[in-house]
Design a protein around this ligand. Structure first.
Ligand code: GLN
Length: 480
C-alpha cells in the first residue's frame, strides 16, 4: 500500500476487501511519516499508541461485520493547537513545550468516533500567529513541493503532511487564512467552514470571534467527508451552530451549469502575476462547465487588513493572558515576587510575534484608544461582512486568488512583519465575515509552485462551495 497517495474511499475499499487491516495501515503510515518527517519538520510528535489503539478498534468493528465509520482507518494529523488528551499539545510555543492536555477537542473526539486514526500533531506558527510557519518555537516547516520555501502558515505543518503524503487528511485552524493560504502554497485542498460550523471546544484560542477548525486533504471529496464528521452543534461550545449538516460529498458531481459566480474587482486589480494568470485559466475551465461569471465589488476590502489586525491582536492579548506560569505552562525559575514570575515566564516563553501582538492588542483595547481603534475596527468588520451579504444577493459564489504570490523563500519576509501581514489580504475578508471559504489547487507557476483558487459562499452554504470545487477538480482544474 502507498500511504502517500491513498484517499478515504480507497482506504474504505482496502479494509472491506481485506487488502490491509487498519492496524497494518497505521503501522505503515507511522513508519513512512517518521522516515519522511526530517525533510520538512511538519510533525512535532507522533501518537503511535493512541493511533494503534484506534486502528485496532476499527479492525474489531470490521471483524464484527459492523460499519467502522466514514473515516475508518484513515491516518489523520492534527495541528498542535488542537487539544489531544494524553498527547502533548504545544501550540508551537516554548511555553507549552511539555503541556499534556487532560481532555480532547470535540473535533478530535468526532474524528475518532468516525473511525479516524490520529497519528500525530503538526507544527505551526506559535499560537497560530503567522503566515509562514516560521514563528514556531520548534523550527520552521519546509514546503514539500520546494524545500527552500515556506509551506505557508499558520497551519503549515498540516498542509505539508497532506502534500507530502504522510497523512491522508489533517486538521488545521484558520483565523485569517491559516488553512487556505498554506493549502494554496502546498497544492492541497483546505477548507475554512462557516464560523460556528465546527465546535471550537479544545481549540486553543487565538482570536475567538475569528477562530475556525477545518480540514486539509488531497482531493475535494476527502475534505467534504471530513468536514461532515467534525461539523455540527456541540453543547460545549455555545457559538457552535444548530444548523443541520448536509452530506457534502453528495453534492460532488452535481451539475453546475447556470451557477453565478462573482469576481470582486478589488481582488484582481494589479494582479498581473503568474498567480493572476493561473486563476484566469481556472476561471476559463469553469466557464466551459456553464458557470456564469460577473464582476462584483466588495468596496470595504481596503479596510480589511487593518481591521483584522486590530481585532485579532485585541482578542489575542486577552486570550494569551492565561499563560502566566501558574497554569498550563513552563514557569521561569528566577523572580522574587508573583509579578516578576509572570513577567519572566512570559518574557522567556513567548516568541517575538506573540509579544508583538500582545502589545498591539493591549494598546488598542486601552482606555482612550478603545474607541479610536477597537470600536472602529468592529464597525469596519460589519462593513466587510455587509459587502458579502450584498454580493450574495447577486451571485451564488465568489472566486478570488488565495494569496497574491506563491510560496516564498524561507526567511524572505521574516524581518518585515508588516509585509507578512499584507500578504493576508485575500483570505482575511472571508474570515471577518465568517463565511465558508476554501482553497483548491489551480495549477502551478512555471517554476512548479502551486497556486490556490479561493471559493467563497454564503453562511452555511458549504455544500455550494464543495459542488463548485468538485466540478473544478473533475474538469481538470488542478492542472489547468
Ligand atoms: N496570517 C494570519 C495571522 O497571522 C492568519 C493566522 C491564522 O489564520 N491563524 O494572523
Amino acid at each position: 500500500m502507498n500511504v502517500a497517495s491513498l484517499t478515504i474511499t480507497q482506504i474504505r475499499q482496502g479494509l472491506e476487501t481485506k487488502r490491509f487491516s487498519a492496524e497494518e495501515l497505521t503501522t505503515e503510515a507511522l513508519r513512512f511519516a517518521g522516515a519522511e518527517n526530517p525533510k520538512t519538520n511538519a510533525y512535532l510528535h507522533f501518537s503511535a499508541n493512541r493511533a494503534l489503539t484506534a486502528a485496532r478498534r476499527v479492525d474489531h468493528t470490521i471483524m464484527r461485520s459492523e460499519d467502522p465509520g466514514p473515516l475508518g482507518g484513515v491516518p489523520i494529523a492534527v495541528k498542535d493547537v488542537i487539544l489531544t488528551k494524553g498527547v502533548r499539545t504545544t501550540c508551537g510555543s516554548k511555553l507549552l513545550e511539555h503541556f499534556v492536555p487532560p481532555y480532547d477537542a470535540t473535533a478530535v473526539i468526532r474524528l475518532e468516533a468516525a473511525g479516524g486514526v490520529i497519528i500525530g500533531k503538526t507544527n505551526c506558527d506559535e499560537f497560530a500567529m503567522g503566515s509562514s510557519n516560521e514563528n514556531s518555537a520548534f523550527g520552521p516547516v519546509r514546503n514539500p513541493v520546494a524545500f527552500d520555501r515556506v509551506p505557508g502558515g499558520s497551519s503549515g505543518g498540516s498542509a505539508a503532511v497532506v502534500a507530502q503524503g504522510t497523512a491522508v487528511v489533517a486538521l488545521g485552524s484558520d483565523t485569517g487564512g491559516s488553512i487556505r493560504q498554506p493549502a494554496s502554497f502546498c497544492g492541497v485542498v483546505g477548507v475554512t467552514p462557516t464560523y460556528g460550523r465546527v465546535s471550537r471546544y479544545g481549540l486553543t484560542a487565538f482570536a475567538s470571534s475569528l477562530d475556525h477548525i477545518g480540514p486539509f486533504s488531497r482531493n475535494v471529496s476527502d475534505a467534504a467527508l471530513t468536514l461532515r464528521v467534525i461539523a455540527g452543534r456541540d453543547p460545549a461550545d455555545s457559538t457552535s451552530a444548530f444548523a443541520p449538516v448536509p452530506d457534502y460529498a453528495a453534492t460532488l458531481g452535481q451539475d453546475v451549469r447556470g451557477i453565478k459566480v462573482g469576481l470582486p474587482k478589488e481582488y484582481f486589480q494589479g494582479l498581473a502575476s503568474e498567480t493572476g494568470a493561473r486563476i484566469a485559466d481556472g476561471i476559463e475551465v469553469l466557464k466551459k462547465l456553464g458557470i456564469e461569471f460577473r464582476e462584483i465589488s466588495l468596496p470595504s476590502t481596503e479596510y480589511a487588513i487593518s481591521c483584522y489586525y486590530i481585532i485579532c491582536t485585541a482578542e489575542a492579548s486577552s486570550n494569551l493572558a492565561r499563560y502566566d506560569g501558574v497554569r498550563y505552562t513552563e514557569r521561569a525559575l528566577d523572580g522574587n515576587t508573583l509579578s516578576e514570575m509572570y513577567q519572566n515566564t512570559r518574557g522567556e516563553g513567548f516568541g517575538a510575534e506573540c509579544k508583538r501582538r500582545i502589545m498591539l492588542g493591549t494598546y488598542v483595547l486601552s482606555a482612550g484608544y478603545y474607541d479610536a481603534y477597537y470600536l472602529k475596527a468592529q464597525q469596519a468588520r460589519a462593513l466587510v461582512a455587509r459587502d458579502f451579504s450584498e454580493a450574495f444577493k447577486q451571485v451564488d459564489a465568489i472566486i478570488t486568488p488565495v494569496s497574491p504570490f506563491p510560496a516564498f523563500k524561507l526567511g524572505e519576509k521574516l524581518n518585515d512583519p508588516l509585509e507578512m501581514y499584507l500578504s493576508d489580504i485575500y483570505t482575511i475578508t472571508g474570515s471577518l465575515a465568517g463565511i465558508p471559504c476554501m482553497s483548491v489547487p489551480c495549477g502551478k507557476t512555471a517554476g512548479g509552485l502551486p497556486v490556490g483558487m479561493q471559493i467563497l459562499t454564503n453562511h452555511f452554504d458549504e455544500a455550494g462551495m464543495f459542488r463548485l470545487a468538485g466540478a473544478f477538480e473533475q474538469a481538470g482544474g488542478f492542472t489547468a
